[in-house]
Structure formats: structure tokens, C-alpha cells
Design a protein around this ligand. Sequence first.
Ligand code: DC
Length: 345
Amino acid sequence: MMISIRGANTVEENTREAILDSTKELLQEIINANELEASQIISVFFTATKDLTKVYPAVAARDLGLTDCSLICCQEMYVEDSLKQCIRVLFHVNGTKEQKEIQHIYLGGAKVLRPDIAKPLSIAIDGPAGAGKSTIAKALAQKLNFIYVDTGAMYRALGYYIYHQINDDIYDEEKLSQYIQNYLDQIHVSIDYENGQQLIFVCDENVTSNIRTQEIGHIASIISANKYVRLFLVKEQQNLAKIKSVVMDGRDIGTHVLPDAPLKIFLTASVKIRALRRFNELREKNQTPHLETIQKEIEERDYRDMHREFAPLEQASDAIVIDTSEMSIDEVVTSIYERAKKLGL
Ligand code: DC
């Protein structure tokens, strides 16, 4: 029976090497995913967008040993604002499978062409306060065209809300648990985006501008140790990652929220550097912080986050550790981006 298989991949730059690498990656993935033997392949039709000019992509097929099948390359019809630097393929194959069992393969930036079949991808970034998680995760998400999910903001928002309901009872473990068990099904924490910025709502109240203080950070750290709070927010976070490709940052993303994430990063930096970063951040927001107090608070927060009973801050065994103390933001983003690209994210 004759079947056809489609696929596409994007190319980083218009060079012979990049075009052949992307094409080989695509062909190999199609062959592996559909368990094809070279002898089954009748023909492969290639198109390239008009910005790829350095080599015929069919050369990659010959390099892979597809010597008997018919190959041809054409330029893809130019459509304004369409995906750039893209190679598309159409295989015709003598198959043993039915057409509906076929896996069409879309890689790299070409995933946007078939959102109906693209599985959401996720990158987990964990680490202690001030390691640079949110700045780096945000920049990385933008570069990869993923959604950035700041889970710390979810704990902060919930902390802000609960504190306004029960005040200092949040410090009483029993009263906090009781409140949460009684009211959690009436609380809704949601995320939205405006001009690329994450907005956070609790029960439809936009609390984005209220949660970035040391006090709310402290409250978030207290309530985040509570098992019921965590179960509630982890579910919300997992639901987000089911529908969108995300870069998610937090403390337990690689270990609990997204244990199957294909790329896990654990960012760290010395306490001194982290305190200094927080200090500068607060000063930029016209607050009047005290460096030693911040350092002490960070040490306390690290201890609480690492020693809580349920889902403590810890490095996933398959996470890559990056110490950001001596690195610029750009260096860290580029190093994670390159790893993501190698994994085909
Ligand atoms: O990253 P941040 O400072 O905005 O986080 C605030 C607090 O929330 C932090 O003390 C630990 C907690 N948190 C958590 O326990 N798990 C997460 N996934 C994210 C944050």
C-alpha cells in the first residue's frame, strides 16, 4: 500500500552545513518514527523557502544513503509573513502501516505549522531565590517562542490573598491547613499575558503589582511549605504545561511538577551574589533595602525551601547545574538555548 508522510524543519542560518544538518535531522526522525527501511521509500519531494540558497536539501538524503529513491527540490511558494528558513518534505512510501498510523514530523520552529499534532514541550528551571531563574527563563521562553510560567508568582499571589484573609494565622500550620482545606476550591489562581508580560490573578483580581515585595516573598515561602497549597498549585502548573510549550521556573519543577521535562536546569549562585542581585532589584523599584537583612532572609528562605517536608527545593538527578555567579544573563540564556536546540526543542 502506498502512504505519504509529511515533515518540516527550520534552519538556523543560510549555510550549506546548517541546511544539510536540519534536513538530515528531519529525514532521520521521519525514518525512525515510522520505522522505514530505505527500500520502502519511493520518492521524497523537498521544498525550501526562498531564503535558503546554499545547497539542495536532497543532498542530505543521498548523504544518508537514500540512493535508490527519486528526489526533487523546489522553492516553496512565497507567502507574506510565513515561516522563514524552512525545509518541507513529502515522502511517498510503500508501507505496511495504514495512513492513519503515520507520524508526520515537525521539528524546531516548524512545529508552529502543525499545532494540532505538536506535543507541548517543557523546560524546567529550578534553583534558590536570586539565582536568576525568572530573568533567564523569561528570555529563554522568548527566544524559543514558549510561554514563560513563573510559579513563584503563583505562590506569592496565593500568599498575598490568604494573608489578607487570615493575617498572622498563616504562621499557625494547623489554622493554615484548615483554611486551605475549607476554601481552596473557591480560590482560582490564573495567569495571562499582556505584551509578553505575565499577569497573575487570584479570584479574578490582578495582583501582579502587589506581590514583588520582600514581605510577600516571605509569606510565599511560609505557605509554600504547606502540602495542600502545593497540591493545589502543582495541579494548576501541570495543566498549563499540558496545553502550551513552557519554560517553567520554581523550586520543584524538575522533581515534582514536570518530572518528564526533556530539559531540566538547576540554576545556582553564591548567597552573597544572590543577596546583591535582590538588593539592586529592590533599589530599582525605589524601595530602600538593607543588604545584610536580605542576605539573612535569603539564607532563611533557602533553609525553609530545602528542608520542608513536602516537595523541597532540590536538584533533579537528571538536571544540568549552572552556577550563574560569574556569568552574564546572555551567557546563561545562550548556554541553555543551545542545549534546548540540541534536543530538538
Ligand atoms: O521565586 P520566588 O521568590 O518568587 O518564590 C517565592 C516563594 O515561593 C519561595 O520562597 C519558594 C516558593 N516556591 C515554591 O515553593 N515552589 C515553586 N515552584 C516556586 C516558588
